[in-house]
Design a protein around this ligand. Structure first.
Ligand code: SF4
Length: 227
């Protein structure tokens, strides 16, 4: 499979935030979100066999722990990624899959926690979520909306309500988008949507969801990759 990087850091944006985690970042994406902070994954990378990826995961986190399969869009390489996830589960790792949900998710092993980033209008990639994937979501999965504006927030609330997300999945995450060229200060000044404003909307509407911040961008310089 084509890999951009494998590294260990703290999981940053889900109910697993704050836990040590090995990230396996695959190369390539078929979307072009306006605020994408992973454009360096669109091309390049290097080929690695499944056993080489496993070896690196074992080296970084011997004997188990959390592994996140991410990208880019990892499900573009599903022929290699599905067997990788199966092997990781068999070896006792907890496995998270970060995906836009544009590709079919039916073949993802049931033990994998899917974190599905449903694209909102300001991303420039709305309507890319494959609606058939709703049926593939389980009670341990999570759905994330990255929000840049009030219009995105209203889209997320409507989508969550219309498809009973709070009843389907473990968590519905509302996350302010970060400016993709952010650097320097490790604070919310880089958010495209003020977290305080979002929190107030969520409280006013009694939203059955969770405010999610990208933890790693408050720990390290937002421009730093591989953390
Ligand atoms: S799906 Fe993810 S990697 Fe692809 S463009 Fe959007 S934010 Fe970037």
């Amino acid at each position: 499979m084509q890999i951009t990087e494998i590294y260990k850091s703290l999981q940053g944006e889900s109910t697993y935030a704050g836990l040590p985690c090995v990230f396996v970042r695959l190369t390539g994406c078929n979307l072009r979100c306006s605020w994408c902070d992973s454009e360096y994954t669109f091309t390049g990378g290097h080929k690695m066999a499944l056993d080489e990826v496993l070896g690196e995961v074992n080296r970084l986190s011997p004997g188990g722990g959390l592994v996140e399969i991410t990208g880019g869009e990892p499900m573009l390489q599903d022929r290699e990624v599905v067997p990788l996830m199966e092997r990781l589960l068999r070896e006792g790792y907890g496995v998270l899959l970060e995906t836009s949900g544009e590709r079919p998710l039916q073949r993802v092993p049931s033990g994998v926690v899917k974190i599905v980033d449903v694209k909102c209008p300001d991303s420039g990639e709305p309507d890319t979520f494959c609606m058939d994937n709703l049926e593939a979501l389980t009670s341990h999965d999570e759905v994330k909306f990255v929000l840049g504006s009030r219009a995105d927030y209203e889209f997320a609330c409507d989508f969550a309500l219309q498809h009973s997300l709070a009843q389907r999945v473990n968590a519905v995450l509302f996350s302010p988008a970060f400016r993709k060229d952010a650097t320097g200060a490790r604070d919310s000044s880089h958010c495209l949507l003020d977290p305080q404003e979002l929190a107030e909307w969520m409280l006013a509407d009694n939203v059955p969801g969770r405010l999610g911040m990208q933890l790693h961008k408050f720990i390290w310089d937002p421009a730093v990759k591989g953390v």
